[in-house]
Design a binder for this molecule. Structure first.
Ligand code: DX5
Ligand code: ZN
Length: 220
């Protein structure tokens, strides 16, 4: 099954509760929460208080994407605040294996992300320790950028490995995904689709429904 993960980075924060209700009602399954520290990426977004406030308002899986240097400092705290999944960046962490294990031990799903310039091989040593691989399809830091086509091959490679070794690892893609290009990552084997501006720009419910309609062409 393919999963839509709207990124609240592009939400209207004055209307956050209402917009979360709308995307859930329209069928989004994950809520993607982009945490940015101003060091690993140029911008600062939000952190634990948003996760705690949103938690009681939704049953969606809360998918926390930490664009944070040394994320090992905060993983348990995000899980205590209500994160269901925590994704760290390979480039930002010197103790990836240990941190992924700690995420699982704390009761959440562990994800590992790579930036567009990071070779896909960097994921390989950790495949048995992660529930989700996140292939960034823009340089992280901002919503509303364009999908980088060269990243599609990485999705295909991870998908081939997942099939070859019969793994349960989900493949998430993040950045520049719209209703009219979502078929590219889906065709390459992605099954968790992050979309920020393409969900929260305009009619939120319509946008979610349009994504889900595209998904139907790729269901097994
Ligand atoms: C980028 C973030 C993304 C972003 C996606 O740094 O990780 O999740 O919100 O936004 P769009 O879909 O607008 O590219
Ligand atoms: Zn993200």
């Amino acid at each position: 099954m393919n999963i839509l993960a709207p990124s609240i980075l592009s939400a209207d924060f004055c209307e956050l509760g209402k917009q979360i209700e709308e995307i859930e009602k329209a069928g989004a399954q994950y809520l993607h929460v982009d945490v940015m520290d101003g060091i690993f990426v140029p911008s600062i977004s939000f952190g634990m208080p948003i996760v705690s406030s949103v938690r009681p308002r939704t049953k969606m899986f809360m998918d926390v994407h930490m664009m944070v240097t040394r994320p090992e400092r905060y993983v348990e705290e995000f899980i205590q605040c209500g994160a269901d999944g925590v994704t760290i960046h390979e480039e930002a962490c010197d103790c990836v294996a240990e941190t992924l294990c700690r995420i699982r031990e704390a009761g959440a799903q562990a994800g590992l992300a790579i930036n567009p310039e990071t070779p896909v091989e960097k994921l390989y040593p950790y495949l048995d320790k992660m529930d989700m691989a996140l292939i960034m399809t823009v340089h992280p830091g901002f919503g509303g950028q364009s999908y980088i086509d060269e990243c599609t091959e990485k999705i295909e490679i991870v998908n081939a490995i997942v099939h070859e070794y019969n793994l349960k690892t989900l493949i998430e893609v993040d950045g520049g995904i719209k209703v009219d290009n979502v078929c590219i990552p889906l065709d390459a084997g992605a099954n968790v689709i992050v979309a920020g501006s393409a969900v929260f720009g305009g009619n939120v419910e319509e946008n979610v429904k349009n994504f889900k309609e595209q998904f139907q062409n790729f269901e097994d």
